[in-house]
Design a binder for this molecule. Structure first.
Ligand code: PLP
Length: 294
């Protein structure tokens, strides 16, 4: 991962060293902020419209007015990757409730947001996609509005630390005996009948843009989709499991709590979904992900 040296802060591009934000910023004090992470592949954005539409919904839900039109957002994104020479990687954007020189829970009637973006060069189709990742199960201790993409990420940060201590890469988070989603990705399993199962949308999970992208590719594939919550036991007994997110795209989960999922290797349905997704984003699959061709 290489963080681009030019970032965007409140209307201007500047060197990252010069980007300064007030300690009274509501993002810092109250995690009062929305964020988005959009993938860049071959110099193009993957589903930027989907990310901007989710940003609109989150901002509305946290009482911050959207500072830019979709066109203006797209221009900032494009300028940022151009300035940093990003061909493959991610753009992170954050909009906070801003700062007004004091710490006050409710804050002013109208917020003047802080807007920050940076770009990050990294391979999106890499070793994790090829070899798979390891997951643990962990209680989901997040707030109740997980459908909004806010920076209230302490539970997830701690989940990643616990996973790392257990020699794993991520966590399947569990609430009321059911998996909600992975620590920063949506969770999917394939059952013995070959059905693809992922939790239905609600306040309990983030409506992943990659999840929506995968769903849009299933028509005509013969893969049966069931949108419902599944238990950690079902995940442990699944034939395959994987996660979806803008950063890791489609990542096979090969172990859960130290035990192999299915064969303990990325399975054929996961490989097929990877291939469909990579093709849809214009990747030369034979060159960059020959293992997905099965
Ligand atoms: N679920 C959570 C909790 C996430 O943090 C993320 C991404 O960060 C996702 C799901 C996947 O969303 P997307 O596909 O839009 O990246």
């Amino acid at each position: 991962m290489t963080i681009g040296r030019t970032v965007y802060l409140n209307g201007k591009f500047c060197p990252v060293e010069d980007a300064a934000i007030s300690p009274f910023d509501r993002g810092f004090l109250f995690a009062h902020a929305a964020y988005e992470v959009t993938a860049v592949y071959d110099g193009r954005f993957i589903d930027l419209e989907g990310h901007l539409s989710r940003l609109r919904r989150t901002l509305e839900g946290i009482s911050i007015s959207n500072p830019y039109s979709d066109e203006a957002w797209a221009e900032i994104h494009t300028d940022l990757i151009d300035k940093n020479g990003v061909e493959e990687g991610l753009v992170y954007l954050e909009v906070t409730g801003g700062a007004y020189g004091m710490r006050d829970f409710a804050g002013p009637e109208t917020f003047t947001p802080t807007v920050f973006l940076y770009a990050d060069t990294r391979p999106l189709i890499g070793e994790a996609a090829r070899d798979g990742i390891k997951a643990i199960t962990l209680g989901d201790t997040r707030w109740k509005r997980r459908d909004m993409k806010t920076v209230q990420l302490l539970s997830q940060a701690l989940a990643y630390r616990t996973a790392r201590e257990a020699g794993a890469d991520t966590a399947f988070m569990v609430e009321d005996g059911l998996v909600t989603e992975a620590a920063s990705a949506n969770a999917w399993i394939v059952d013995a009948e070959g059905r693809l199962i992922t939790r239905e949308l609600s306040h309990s999970i983030l409506p992943g843009i990659t999840r929506a992208g995968v769903l849009s590719l299933l028509d005509g594939t013969g893969i049966e989709l069931v949108e419902r919550a599944f238990t950690p036991e079902e995940a442990a007994g699944a034939v395959e499991a994987f996660t979806t997110s803008a950063g890791a795209m489609v990542a096979p989960v090969i172990t859960l709590d130290g035990k192999p999922v299915g064969s303990g290797k990325p399975g054929p349905v996961t490989r097929r979904i990877q291939r469909l997704y990579y093709e849809a984003m214009g990747a030369d699959v034979a060159a960059v992900a020959p293992w997905a061709l099965g």
